[in-house]
Ligand binder design. Structure first.
Ligand code: ATP
Ligand code: LTN
Length: 328
């Protein structure tokens, strides 16, 4: 069976973007892949986090993974930092990554530009190498991610190939899996940018645990043009195109099918249908989440998960250290 590896940072409440771009994929794929899904807490601390919130977010993500339908008998769930080999391999990979490669990473460039301060951490800069380590440590065949992470998976492939060329076949070269619909869900208030949980303005971002009222309000007040036609045109109609994409992704439809279905609708009635679709998707997830978050399940699943992955990672790390010549 091929292996799937992916992770999400516990930097805040999960968004509809991360559900559509990532979690929905995990759930669909985990029946056919040996699945390793983790909480990327080491990636989270590349920007300042409050300790208590970080811990709560971690538990929440695992409860959401389970509530969305990841079966803990089929998928291995764990906390990244609880397996020390991620950091250990990351250092070795850093020594095989060029500055020029990291300088080209658009996520870092964007954050650097946006924040414009001198206090960005080095961790934020080397973040993609830790991500490569997360993936290569387990010889992943596939890595389901949203569009924004595609460049990091490409870097991972380059690092793997470079290492293999130099030391002989060591790492599997992974393939990214990017969803056809919803690879980049946009902010509802500014549909030119990605919907993101660490954004200051929460009106443009639907959280998976938002109440029905809040979800409806956010969608009904999503920024659109004034053309009143349900047509997909990302350049000229980014707001309505984003809502079409959300509807398409949640109902497994093509964009054209959504356009056809809502051909005679005005924006108000279309938005209301999108709100219904989001609420109907999230309601059962929220109900399950409430049951899970107060049970022992999260702890049990994580204990079992880390035990399994440490063994695999240790063997891979040993092999790498041996090839590089570290230790005696
Ligand atoms: P942050 O805002 O802290 O940078 P994020 O929401 O961008 O976080 P994660 O939650 O760690 O990032 O992302 C988890 C997964 O969800 C990744 O695979 C990412 O590509 C995907 N993802 C995140 N936001 C979106 C989005 N708006 N559309 C599609 N996929 C997304
Ligand atoms: N960088 C990703 C989270 C992440 C990840 C990974 C995804 C960390 N390590 C390994 C896939 C595979 C993000 O910001 N969403």
């Amino acid at each position: 069976m091929e292996r799937l590896v992916s992770g999400i940072k516990p930097t805040g409440g999960l968004t509809l973007g991360s559900y559509i771009g990532a979690i929905k994929q995990f759930v669909e794929l985990h029946k056919n892949y040996e699945t390793f899904v983790f909480v990327a807490d080491m990636h989270a601390i590349t920007t300042p986090q409050e300790k208590e919130k970080l811990r709560q977010n971690m538990k929440d993500i695992v409860a959401v993974y389970l509530a969305c339908g990841l079966d803990p008998e089929k998928a291995t769930l764990y906390i990244q930092s609880e397996n020390p080999y991620h950091a250990q391999l990351s250092w070795i990979l850093e020594c095989h990554t060029y500055l020029g490669e990291l300088n080209r990473m658009t996520q870092f460039k964007d954050k650097n530009q946006k924040q414009g301060d001198k206090n960005l951490s080095c961790g934020l800069y080397t973040y993609p190498v830790l991500m490569a380590s997360d993936i290569l440590l387990y010889d992943a065949d596939v890595v389901p991610v949203g569009d924004d992470q595609k460049q990091h998976v490409e870097l991972t492939r380059n690092i793997a190939e470079r290492f293999n060329n130099r030391y002989g076949n060591t790492f599997k070269v992974p393939e990214p899996i990017i969803p056809k619909a919803g690879a980049r869900i946009k902010d509802l208030q500014d549909p030119t940018k990605k919907m993101s949980k660490s954004d200051d303005d929460s009106r443009g971002c639907i959280l998976l645990l938002d109440s029905e009222e809040v979800i409806r309000k956010k969608i009904m007040s999503a920024v659109t043009d004034s053309d009143n036609k349900i047509i997909f045109d990302e350049k000229n109609k980014p707001g309505i195109s984003n809502l079409i994409m959300i509807y398409a992704a949640l109902n497994n439809l093509k964009v054209e099918e959504v356009e056809e279905k809502f051909a005679g609708y005005n924006y108000g009635s279309f938005k209301s249908e999108v709100a219904d679709a989001v609420i109907n998707t999230l309601r059962p997830i929220q109900e399950k989440y409430k049951e899970i978050i107060n049970s022992q399940l999260v702890e049990d699943v994580l204990d079992k998960g880390v035990e399994k992955v440490i063994k695999i990672a240790e063997a891979k790390c040993r092999e790498v250290q041996e090839k590089v010549g570290l230790g005696r």
